[in-house]
Design a binder for this molecule. Sequence first.
Ligand SMILES: [Zn+2]
Length: 491
Amino acid sequence: MVEKFYVTTPIYYPNDIPHIGHAYTTLAADVVARWNRLLGKDVFFLTGTDEHGKKIEQTALEKGKTPKEFVDELIPRFKEAWKKLNIKYDRFIRTTDKDHEKVVKEMLQKVYDKGDIYLGNYEGYYCTACEAYFTEKDLIEENGKLLCPIHKKEVELLKEKSYFFKLSKYQKQLLELYEKNPDFILPKKRRAEIINRVKEGLKDLSISRTSFDWGIKLPFDETHICYVWFDALFNYYSATRDPSKEKFWPADVHLIGKDIIWFHTVYWPAFLISAGIELPKTVFAHGWWTFDSEKISKSRGRVINVDELVSIAGVDSARYFLMRATPFGDDGDFSEKSLIEKHNNELANKLGNLVSRVAGLIEKNGVEKTENKLLEKLAINEIKEKMKNYELDKALNDIFAFIDECNEYIQEKKPWETKDKKVLYELADSIKAIAILLWPFIPETSEKIAKGFGFEIRDLEQINKPLENSNIKKGEILFRKIDLKQKYTQD
Ligand SMILES: [Zn+2]
């Protein structure tokens, strides 16, 4: 039986412009999905948009549109952005999709019938931009006003009838979950914070609103709209309710930004336990990209959108930079200059030069099949282990260490002098391994290399099968170096 693998991204607010923050999570999911495809697994990769809520309703109203018309117009921006980044998801789910709405209603009814939902009063400070309530201690006080800590906009004090989910009831079961499944929250450094907060006690969670209409009606009280998190989180599950997709639940990993780790590691498993559904295996929270240590987000001004990101040095260089520049899980500081430096020093100088030199020498001298001893220097098991642990940057380090080995081997063996066809074969066969391993990260480049060296990228097993083709062609230049000095004086 073929093993399955299910990876998700958060669903994004459709009224955001797809920017580096969205791109980072979605790209990481693409890398992880492609890697698992190379492992021969049956992969399901889900992304999408979170379309309900007061904010969408208000913005649509201002524009004289219905909320559905409004969101329909926004979705192509996300789909185009993912296409531009060569991201190949299997489904783009929208919380307005009928199959999702049906599942949310079923889950609400199930949890209600279990006695885990009750009617109460909710009062709290609400940020419309966040679509979330804040406790007073989390807010910023400025000139006597209380501001949202993320948007620095004034919050509203709202009081309304609301249905509550009995989150407090699940404290013990959640703590047991974290205890028994050390990989449920990754990276490990984020576990302690969640565990400590859960130990302090959990308040029941308001899951409905009456102050707006744009959302899923509660099946047991249609005057209430389901509050965003119950609706949004269930997208991961509803996408697997189609009979052909059922085998994918539970998710192997939910990739998220660290700002939403609480919702994914506390609310989400509690909802699932209450509904009697098997839990996902891992929630992995990555860090933020910052400019001068401020989180990059639309409302804070400084955004790098996907078009800008790709325009700096091309798609694969953008993909490579985001995965390589910072340990996956930590924060990273973004700069155009460091992206170009990585493009020049690693992709053009190391990878690009290796491929074009070897292909050029083979075109001239030919190859002779032999045992590839050079491949012994490839730390394949370490790379597999790191990919399994979502240490994506470290896996790239190991792949590039092997590229360095290959470049040193050329310098040492001087095949341009010796015309040694066996040495050239070893290098060609090693380049095959490199192209396969890099495919999840820089698929377009890997496919170009594969074409020139006469093989197709299918799976990791191919690394151990000797390259059969001897008709190797020097293709187009993979990465053109960008002149940093010229670029910055022109600007
Ligand atoms: Zn806010």
